[in-house]
Design a protein around this ligand. Structure first.
Ligand SMILES: Cc1ncc(COP(=O)(O)O)c(C=O)c1O
Length: 390
């Protein structure tokens, strides 16, 4: 089969299953209002939970740092690409989290790949929740250790798998807030299990950092769990923090090991220093403006109340990720289109991102949405779901 025929067949197969993905081009900054093809929409699609992606204070911090440090870092961290704003950001993150050290990576995807591969060897065991984010799954697939996936949040299965571990060491990997469902991992139980088996627990708090906990430190703060071994925390900066990048936080020896051995940290150009400076400003706002988290909580409560009254099929989530489970991909796409025709953007999420027959509308809230936006979304969902079921 020629390459061209292969490409055509694969794309045709996707089209027929309703799995072809389309990008929309947003003309303007990320916000709860976005402009697409000249039309303004209320968007419930971004991970800009605190509404900081276009905050003028971040823009100014970025501009000031670009004036001073230029645009590109020009080299990897271990050559000459580690600039003062990177160092400042790592210190600020560690201080904010109450952790000894933090290490900034270019993206969350790279952080997950880097930490899992640096910490595991042939003969080790990796245990992963089935609903983990693709970056954690890929990290496990790339590692030389044996990968076992357990049923979602099933600590009984984790216990059983831990008892099968032979000579090597074990890493347990979990999303802290599951990205397509919004529910929380059973962190206290996983920590006890990890501690009892001399394993380490890597939590990916991409969707909790900045959002959960009174001070926005994330899922650990929400559950009053200290960031000490066996926990290793990964957080991203492109979601609630409104900028770009990621970090791993933990004890000093762990971070030094990652600097020496995490390939996605070593063999890549350091992120633009001005971005690190903008993230420092964002961290200051996250700390000081707790009203953004309160606003999110109020909106989630309003949405869930309204959805229950309308009988909408929402998942069990108390976070700003609120999935509306539709089932078949084509119906999810149809419902998303109906919402779009009413000026509302909600992405249809389909397999393989979610399990078969669980396609959904993934609603995400931002602190900049209004109560009226939530009510308009609820009305739109009621119409869109009844039409796609008809
Ligand atoms: C749970 C989770 N982990 C990791 C990532 C990857 O982070 P990044 O976008 O910084 O690569 C994402 C989403 O992007 C995510 O949802």
């Amino acid at each position: 089969m020629t390459w061209t025929v292969d490409f055509e067949r694969r794309l045709d197969a996707r089209r027929m299953q309703g799995l072809l993905r389309r990008r929309i081009t947003v003309d303007g900054p990320q916000s709860s209002r976005v402009q697409v093809d000249g039309r303004l929409y209320v968007s419930f699609c971004s991970n800009d939970y605190l509404g900081l992606a276009n905050d003028r204070r971040l823009v100014s911090a970025l501009q000031r740092a670009a004036d001073r440090y230029g645009v590109g870092a020009g080299a990897s961290h271990l050559i000459t690409g580690h600039l003062a704003p990177h160092e400042d950001l790592e210190a600020a993150l560690a201080e904010f989290l109450g952790a000894p050290k933090a290490l900034v990576f270019s993206t969350g995807y790279m952080a997950n790949l880097g930490v899992v591969n640096a910490l595991s060897r042939r003969g080790d065991l990796l245990l992963e929740d089935r609903l983990n984010h693709a970056s954690l799954i890929d990290a496990g697939l790339l590692a030389r250790a044996q990968l076992r996936r357990y049923a979602h949040a099933d600590c009984t299965e984790v216990r059983r798998l831990l008892s099968t571990a032979s000579r090597g060491r074990t890493l347990i990997l979990t999303d802290a807030v599951f990205s397509m469902d919004g529910d929380l991992a059973p962190l206290p139980e996983l920590i006890s299990l990890a501690a009892a088996h001399d394993a380490r627990l890597i939590i990916d708090d991409a969707h909790g950092f900045g959002v959960l906990g009174d001070r926005g430190r994330g899922s650990l703060e929400q559950s009053a769990i200290p960031l000490v071994p066996p926990v290793i925390m990964m957080g991203t900066l492109g979601k609630a923090l409104g900028t770009f990048g990621a970090f791993v936080a933990g004890e000093a020896l762990l971070i030094e090991t990652l600097i020496q051995e995490a390939r996605t940290y070593i063999y890549t150009t350091a992120p633009p220093p001005a971005l690190a400076a903008a993230t420092c400003e964002s961290l200051r706002i996250v700390r000081e403006e707790s009203w953004r988290r309160e606003r999110l909580r109020a909106m989630v409560a309003r949405f869930r109340r309204g959805a229950a009254e309308l009988g909408l099929p929402i998942g069990e989530s108390g976070t700003p990720i609120q999935p509306v489970i539709v089932g078949e991909s084509k119906r999810a796409v149809a419902a998303s289109r109906t919402l779009q025709s009413r000026g509302i953007l909600v992405t249809a999420i389909r397999p393989p991102t979610v399990p078969p027959h669980s396609a959904r509308l993934r609603v995400t809230f931002s602190a900049t949405h209004t109560d009226e936006d939530v009510d308009r979304l609820l009305d739109g969902l009621a119409v869109a779901l009844s039409e796609c079921q008809a």
